[in-house]
Ligand binder design. Structure first.
Ligand code: GSH
Length: 232
């Protein structure tokens, strides 16, 4: 009888937060099973394992209690498998910097991009565009500081911030194709622009970031929810 996989990821293809966890699992060569969720019709398993937020990703590892929140899951995986492709820097000060940048991305840049993607008000859209561009300027600064002249935030290879930001590569593509908006652009953010190309060429990125079509469908799902519930 086939052995049951001891790492299960409750998720949904197309979610950048789920992609973060998949990045880490793949880079660390940890076998896992993806339990796909329909976010419009959540399973008992999701509601039971993440009763407060009711969102993906949730990691189920053997008999441990479920772990929620993508950044927490990434750190957990790094702690249980420290010898294979370390994600966070070994230097505590650099680790702290990384966490602050990730926090800023998740609490500012991501909500700005999400609002931009869903609203129609042109004036607000322009405001958000300016805010996102300024945010990417800060991210460029962080990249220069942390990469130390190398190709990735993490140095020679993909690290924590490469995953945190890189999990949104599909969004950056959607913004270009759909809104003619280069979130990362060569003249404004030259180092990030090079980084974006390098990230796309990495085999783990290619197998982890969902297709453009899936991102388009995801946006439609959010728009529909906004129309029906008035909120997302
Ligand atoms: N801060 C959370 C965000 C997770 C999140 O927003 N997940 C979305 C999918 S991308 C979700 O499950 N939303 C639930 C819903 O749409 O009802 C994390 O980092 O894991």
């Amino acid at each position: 009888m086939a052995k049951e996989c001891e790492m299960k990821l409750i998720g949904r293809t197309g979610s950048s937060f789920v992609a973060r966890v998949e990045f880490v699992l793949k880079l660390k060569s940890i076998e896992y099973e993806l339990l796909q969720q329909d976010l419009e019709n959540k399973t008992e398993l999701l509601l039971k394992t993440n009763p407060i937020f009711k969102r993906v990703p949730v990691l189920l590892h053997a008999n441990e209690p479920p772990i929620v929140e993508s950044l927490t899951i990434m750190e957990y995986l790094d702690e249980i498998q420290p010898d294979v492709h370390a994600i966070l820097p070994s230097n505590p000060s650099e680790r702290a910097q990384c966490r602050v940048v990730a926090y800023t991305f998740d609490t500012l840049y991501y909500p700005w991009m999400k609002e931009y993607m869903l609203i129609e008000d042109e004036k607000r859209k322009e405001e958000l565009k300016t805010m996102v561009i300024q945010g990417m300027g800060m991210l460029e600064f962080a990249f220069v500081m942390l990469s130390k002249g190398k190709a990735f935030f993490g140095g020679d290879d993909i690290g924590y911030l490469d995953i945190v930001v890189g999990s949104f590569l599909g969004w950056f593509k959607l913004f270009r194709i759909f809104f003619d908006f280069d979130v990362i652009e060569e003249t404004r953010t030259p180092r990030l622009s090079q980084w974006e190309k390098t990230m796309w060429s990495h085999e783990v990125t290619m197998s982890t970031i969902a297709s453009h079509e899936i991102h388009v469908k995801w946006r439609e799902m959010l728009l529909n929810r906004l129309k029906v519930c008035g909120t997302i």
